[in-house]
Design a protein around this ligand. Sequence first.
Ligand code: SAM
Length: 303
Amino acid sequence: MRTTRSASSLQARRSLGQNFLVDTDILDRMESEVQQALTWSPQEQAAVLEIGPGMGALTERVLKVSSVVAVEKDPRAVAYLKEHLAIGDTTSSVGTSLTLHEADVLQCKPDELLPEAPKHLCVGNLPYNISSDFLIWFCNHKDAFTGGVFLLQKEVVERIASPVGTKAYGRITALVSLHFDVFPLFDVPPQAFRPIPKVMSSFAALRPKRFSFANETLRKTFEKTTAALFSQRRKMLRKSLQHLFKVMNIPYAENESAVEQLLQKHGVSLTDRSESLSPQGFLDLAEMFHNMSQTKTKGRGHL
Ligand code: SAM
């Protein structure tokens, strides 16, 4: 294994999910995948947003092919990067530059980090402790991006790429697969990082679909629906739906046949479990709840 020079320069913090990439062969492969992803939508491509540049192992590679805007939570890493990388250097042969933001990506909106023009590619060796929250963030801000290429825990990649009906299919799968096509690219062994993590990682590409929630209330209802139904994944849908109707304060009995019809449309019955329902099925359910709540509110004269 060929390794980078910076492996021991920053004391890694577990709380920030810091496992720094040191394997240059893996970095070579990541660089070429990022280059490939930059061709997905060349007319829209403005810059790469890198999440968590750390000591810049991946940043240096991406800077060879694109301008980079990086967001890093650790002030020590920001100081390290300012010292070691040419921030704002627009004189390189490909005209690239690096802009650094010291911030928690989950607290930011893309338009606070990136130039306005058009869309950007998002990349990162993601801190594993925020991977689910980050994927939700990425779905919510999908319209700012031409796509994403991320190094994640292998288990997370398997989860977001898993088909309906499998054990790995869950809440995050339903959300991500409404927004993106997921392409697992290659696995990365623990030895490629310092410190060495306990788990395997996988590099994966996410290409956007033409989907957005019609409005924020529907997005929240979808979240509520998948959270409730997957928290009871061993129960039959009838039981978990009865519970969800109760939480939403909507009578179940008078709506059961409408629910049954909706499920039937997706080849699912009330005696199946949540993992049998496709992402589109969850969306239809959420839309049904959304409409029922609207009617209920109108009926009470709140609108
Ligand atoms: N890109 C570097 C590499 O490949 O060696 C570092 C990757 S390390 C797995 C994750 C990086 O994300 C760390 O530098 C960490 O400080 C940073 N980080 C952790 N949480 C973050 C957050 N919420 N927002 C932005 N950066 C974060």
